[in-house]
Design a protein around this ligand. Structure first.
Ligand code: ADP
Length: 206
C-alpha cells in the first residue's frame, strides 16, 4: 500500500548550505545496525529510497527536541503535510505507538515517518508502546519500499525512557524485519545515548 503523494525533489543544495550543529561521529556498524553520534536532520541516509523517523507527538504539529529540529530543517511544507493527516480523534493524528508518513521536503531524504513513543512515567505499558512505535515505523517503511532508514532514540528525551531499556526494545524489534532494509541507522544525540546504544547493538547483534 504505497501512499498517494509523489516523491518530492530532494533539495540537496539547501541541505548542503545548512550548518550542522553537531558533527556526525564515525558510523559504527554491528550486525545490521549502524550507530552514529549526531543530529538526525543533518544525516543523509545513503540510498535512494530513504527516510528518517521523527519522534513526534500525538497532534503531529511539531514540538521540541528532535521533532522541532526536523520541522525546522524540512521547512513549513512539513507542517502543512502533517496538518493534512486526518485526526483519529480531537487533537490526535497519531496515537501512541502508531506511525504516519509524509514527504520530507527540504530534508535530504524522501520520507519522514512520524511516530509517537510513550511518556515513560505515564504509560501503563511503556515497553509495549515503545516497541509498537519502532515496529509500526518499520512496517510503514517497508510498505513504502524504504530501504534506508534512520531513527532517533524515540522517547529518550523529554519522555524520559531509560536509555538501556529503550535500546534493547529498539534492537529486538529490528530483528522482526530480517532482510527487509539495506541499512538501519540510529542517530544518537549525546555521548551517553550513543555509548548505551552501541553497547546494546554489539550485545544483541554482534
Ligand atoms: P521524545 O518526546 O520522544 O522523548 P525528544 O525529541 O525529546 O522526543 O527526544 C527523542 C530523542 O531524540 C532523544 O534521545 C533526544 O536526545 C534526541 N534528539 C533531540 N534532538 C535531536 C536531533 N536534532 N537529532 C537526533 N536526535 C535528537
Amino acid at each position: 500500500a504505497r501512499t498517494s503523494f509523489d516523491q518530492p525533489e530532494v533539495h540537496s543544495n539547501d541541505w548542503e548550505r545548512a550548518a550542522c550543529p553537531v558533527s556526525l561521529g564515525s558510523a559504527i556498524r554491528t550486525g545490521s545496525v549502524t550507530c552514529l553520534l549526531g543530529d538526525i536532520w543533518c544525516h543523509r541516509v545513503i540510498g535512494k529510497l530513504n527516510g528518517l523517523v521523527n519522534a513526534a507527538n500525538k497532534q503531529l504539529l511539531g514540538g521540541g527536541g528532535v521533532d522541532g529540529a526536523i520541522h525546522r530543517a524540512a521547512g513549513p511544507e512539513l507542517l502543512d503535510a502533517c496538518r493534512k493527516v486526518p485526526e483519529v480523534r480531537r487533537g490526535v493524528r497519531c496515537p501512541t505507538g502508531e506511525a504516519r508518513i509524509t514527504p520530507a521536503f527540504r530534508l535530504p531524504v524522501f520520507y519522514v515517518i512520524h511516530t509517537v513513543g510513550p511518556i515513560y512515567d505515564e504509560d501503563e505499558h511503556p515497553e509495549v508502546s515503545l516497541s509498537n512505535a519502532f515496529r509500526n515505523s518499520l512496517k510503514l517503511a517497508k510498505e513504502n519500499n524504504i530501504q534506508y532508514i534512520a531513527f532517533p532514540a524515540i522517547s529518550c528525551g523529554v519522555y524520559r525512557y531509560p536509555f538501556k531499556e529503550a535500546s534493547r526494545i529498539a534492537i529486538s524489534v529490528l530483528k522482526e524485519f530480517p532482510d527487509t532494509f539495506k541499512e538501519i541507522h540510529f542517530v544518537l544525540f549525546s555521548d551517553e545515548l550513543y555509548g548505551v546504544w552501541l553497547q546494546t547493538a554489539s550485545e544483541e547483534t554482534g
